[in-house]
Design a protein. Structure first.
Length: 364
């Protein structure tokens, strides 16, 4: 009986988390989309909007898709968080239509699988029957459909995403959301600049709940049965810059900076007002002969309250390496070195590979 009571208490509490009324605009809606994709980007702490030039651009800045090499480029990533409890997977492909236009599709999944559902553990006669245990997944999905194009102004590229979000808690609750992203890159000499508007029209998740089989559980625990409602992700603006130069004949260095600007009030970031919050992300990438890459990044700078009521500054340092072998690139990132920040920690591996149909048929 104790086991059933525990799950009768926990399940309604978990289901109530996304139940935000349409009158509220939570700061942290769809936060799984803020983690980042690709070991290169994560190793640089997300300072990618100005320099992304591969299939992961659909996530970081769709304008960067115009730089994709090959007839088709595919990117894949897997990582795990909380000692393997949460799985984070990403896949994308990009395909140039011609010399100036590129399309892409990206899929993201962040989920906790095999969660025990014990709502039917006790049969109608009051006996515990472990054969009645079931499991479910709490999963968040995002599907990005991207288009990018080079403009007539030399060095200027633009792109956009149509974004579909699907969130599901077993058979108990689900939501669908839709949004738009727009991005631009401008390259002049050794400098690169970028601007990305994410969720520019706000992304609305419409939640619906299936509580038919759980009404008794909610009644016993004194919880209110959640009602269908909306969850809103407000727009944000990312401004980026980068500078690439040679330290030696075959050695390059590229520092990059992204400013993640939100408009939903004060967040725990270095620059904040009642209207705007600015979260800086800094990256540094060294390359040797376009073959081996070393990366470092710094982000997630926050003020932490200690037990003694004092405050301290927390930040998340990341490192990464990359290896490019002809048309295949393998990247690795170690995020949150030393577990110094109040954030997710993981080893991240990703791979990108380009497919060439025939010599001379695509951009080099």
């Amino acid at each position: 009986m104790q086991l059933k009571r525990i799950y009768q208490f926990l399940l309604p509490a978990v289901m109530a988390l996304p139940g935000i009324s349409s009158a509220q605009a939570p700061k942290y809606s769809n936060e799984f989309l803020a983690i980042g994709v690709g070991a290169r980007g994560l190793g640089l702490s997300g300072a990618m909007s100005a320099i992304v030039d591969d299939a992961t651009a659909g996530y970081w800045n769709p304008a960067g898709l115009t730089q994709v090499k090959g007839n088709i480029q595919i990117a894949l990533m897997h990582s795990e968080y909380f000692a393997g409890i949460a799985k984070y997977d990403y896949g994308s492909f990009a395909a140039p239509i011609d010399e100036t236009r590129t399309i892409g599709v990206s899929v993201i999944r962040f989920a906790v699988d095999d969660i025990i559902d014990s709502t039917d553990l006790i049969d109608k006669d009051g006996n515990i029957d472990y054969d009645r245990l079931k499991s479910f997944s709490s999963a968040d999905y995002a599907f990005l459909f991207s288009y990018a194009q080079k403009m007539k102004i030399e060095g200027l590229r633009i792109g956009g995403n149509v974004k579909v979000v699907h969130r599901k808690v077993g058979e108990f609750a689900k939501a669908w959301g839709f949004g738009l992203d727009l991005g631009a890159q401008y390259e002049t000499g050794k400098w690169r600049f970028a601007a990305v508007g994410k969720d520019i029209t706000s992304t609305f998740n419409a939640w619906s709940y299936n509580t038919e089989n759980l009404e008794a559980v909610f009644a016993q625990t004194g919880n209110e049965i959640p009602e269908n409602g909306l969850e809103v992700t407000l727009p944000r603006l990312v401004l980026g810059s980068a500078y690439k130069t040679n330290l030696a004949k075959k050695i390059t260095v590229q520092p990059s900076l992204d400013l993640d600007i939100t408009f939903d009030g004060k967040r725990n970031v270095p620059v904040k007002t009642d209207v705007v919050s600015i979260d800086p992300k800094i990256g540094l990438e060294f390359g040797y002969d376009d073959f081996i890459f070393l990366r470092a990044g710094l982000g997630n700078i926050q003020t932490i309250k200690n037990i003694d009521a004092s405050t301290s500054t927390s930040m998340q340092p990341n490192i990464g390496v990359g290896l490019r072998l002809k048309n295949v690139t393998i990247d690795y990132a170690l995020t949150n070195i030393g577990n110094t920040a109040e954030s997710l920690y993981s080893n991240v591996f990703s791979i990108r590979f380009a497919i060439f149909k025939k010599q001379g048929s695509v951009k080099k």
